[in-house]
Design a protein around this ligand. Structure first.
Ligand SMILES: Cc1cc2nc3c(=O)[nH]c(=O)nc-3n(C[C@H](O)[C@H](O)[C@H](O)COP(=O)(O)OP(=O)(O)OC[C@H]3O[C@@H](n4cnc5c(N)ncnc54)[C@H](O)[C@@H]3O)c2cc1C
Length: 434
């Protein structure tokens, strides 16, 4: 009998795990269970709409989904439609690949004011995630503060300042494109607690900020260190030196060169969001870096803005019926092993770091662990049990062919040059299937 494996979630970590399992010599059947009708997790809802090439990996994942031993069950939420203990009773192994889709709180007063969003919320909104479609952020603002110094912060800044022409060949939904393009926004402040040498963005993303049609980067020369110092790997040193060279090129760009500006502000930590009901400014404390950490200096300044996006990291919500490490924001696990027959991969295992490919080793390891722990397995109802339960509970699961129909409709509806026009509600997606 085949080993039955259920994978919860359908982001990169899920597909890498499924791929490793079906490419092993063992006889296994893998069922990928996703709460939305559409697969791919943050590839669809995280990766920036103007970075379409990054999403090409979806093609490889579609091949995995089409494998004869893999089934996709979209529109099925574990913890709602089916309990995790029920799933574990049905399958020899269950793999948690549910990601880290929630915002980390900044932890400062005023964070609850209108116009303050975490990047998970804001990025999901402009990427057409059905849960965030009705966010309606007020973009009738001149200044925006983006907290954070990583690629997500850069993504948010860039999407807000690009021209309609620069966004034409993207799948940015109209409900986001319209207010972004109508916004009187002139200045985005990307503020990091530490300096350019500690910033986490990759060089391609940083350099792109120097080549935008309508927006010029601004940096104060005094904030730039002379060199990259300290102990680090050669790889890190090369990356930091490249970034430092890039930000040096930004010094001297004139503020009125273009109608919009992205200000790179370093060595400043937010201490309070100011305003009435709505955010009006952010108060910062200047910092310096000691032993790699930002230390407050007791000097303060304010930046006026009507919108704040905190791109300071993602976290996971606890998974019901599973031990959770609150501090780490991950499922408690021993290198992926959670409990007998229960495994974790990707961001729910490691926390929110790394690129798409960083999840591949997790998938490979989980497959090895499952095969080593369970041997040939078998005996549990697996897929037939799942399908019986879904039908008994009248859950309308979307299989991979169903998803491909939805995807084909999105491609057919796309404006010229754009890859797709996303359906932004579950009802619209299901309507394609009749
Ligand atoms: C804003 C942003 C931009 C990024 N851009 C890039 C980039 O340009 N290049 C790059 O290489 N990497 C990028 N990354 C990183 C990359 O997206 C992640 O490394 C990767 O998506 C993590 O994979 P995952 O499978 O662990 O989680 P996810 O991709 O988050 O997938 C989790 C899936 O689980 C599903 N799920 C959750 N709960 C349940 C449940 N109860 N039942 C069923 N399904 C459930 C979710 O709907 C989701 O589909 C970006 C990340 C972010 C946040």
């Amino acid at each position: 009998m085949s080993l039955s494996v259920a994978i919860i979630g359908s982001g990169p970590a899920a597909f890498y795990t499924a791929d490793a399992l079906v490419k092993s010599d063992s006889d296994c059947r893998v069922d990928i269970i996703e709460r939305l009708p559409c697969p791919y997790g943050l590839i669809r809802f995280g990766v920036a709409p103007d970075h379409e090439k990054t999403k090409n990996v979806m093609r490889a994942f579609a091949k995995t989904a089409a494998h004869e031993d893999v089934n996709f069950y979209g529109n099925v939420e574990i913890g709602k439609d089916i309990g995790l203990p029920e799933l574990r009773d049905m399958y020899d192994a269950v793999v948690l690949a549910v990601g880290a889709g929630s915002d980390r709180a900044v932890g400062i007063p005023g964070e609850d004011k209108k116009g303050v969003f975490g990047s998970a919320t804001f990025v999901n909104w402009y990427n057409g995630h059905p849960d965030f479609r009705d966010l309606n952020p007020d973009l009738d603002v001149k200044g925006v503060v983006v907290l954070g110094n990583g690629n997500v912060a850069i993504d948010v800044a860039r999407v807000l300042v690009k021209t309609p022409g620069e966004m034409a060949a993207t799948d940015l939904p109209d409900y986001a494109a319209d207010p972004i393009q109508a916004s009187p926004l002139s200045d985005v402040y990307m503020v990091g607690r530490r300096g350019p040498n500690e910033a986490k963005y990759t060089n391609v993303e940083l350099r792109e900020m120097g080549h935008l049609e309508n927006c010029v980067p601004q940096i104060e020369a005094a904030q730039l260190p002379d060199s990259v110092d300290g102990e680090m790997s050669d790889r890190d040193r090369r990356l930091r030196e490249k970034n430092l060279a890039t930000v040096r090129e930004f010094v001297g760009r004139t503020a009125d060169e273009k109608p919009k500006r992205v200000h790179f502000v370093y060595y400043a930590q937010p201490v309070e969001i100011l305003g009435g009901d709505n955010v009006e400014a952010v108060r910062f404390e200047r910092t310096e870096v000691r032993d790699g950490r930002a230390v407050g200096l007791g000097e303060y300044f304010e930046i006026s803005c009507g919108l704040v996006v905190a791109a300071i990291g993602y976290t996971s919500k606890p998974v019901a019926d599973t031990p959770f490490d609150e501090r780490g924001g991950i499922v408690t696990n021993d290198d992926g092993r959670v409990a007998d027959g229960l495994y974790a991969v990707g961001w729910i295992k490691r926390g929110p770091s790394g690129v798409i490919g960083s999840n591949k080793p997790d998938g490979k390891l989980a497959a090895e662990q499952i095969l080593a722990d369970l041997g040939p397995g078998g005996g549990k109802s697996g897929r037939s049990g799942l399908e019986a339960m879904l039908s008994e509970r009248s859950v309308r699961a979307v299989d991979f062919t169903g998803w491909q129909q939805i995807e084909a409709a999105e491609i057919a509806n796309a404006r010229e040059g754009a890859p797709r026009k996303k359906f932004v509600t579950v009802a619209e997606m299901l309507a394609v299937l009749g």
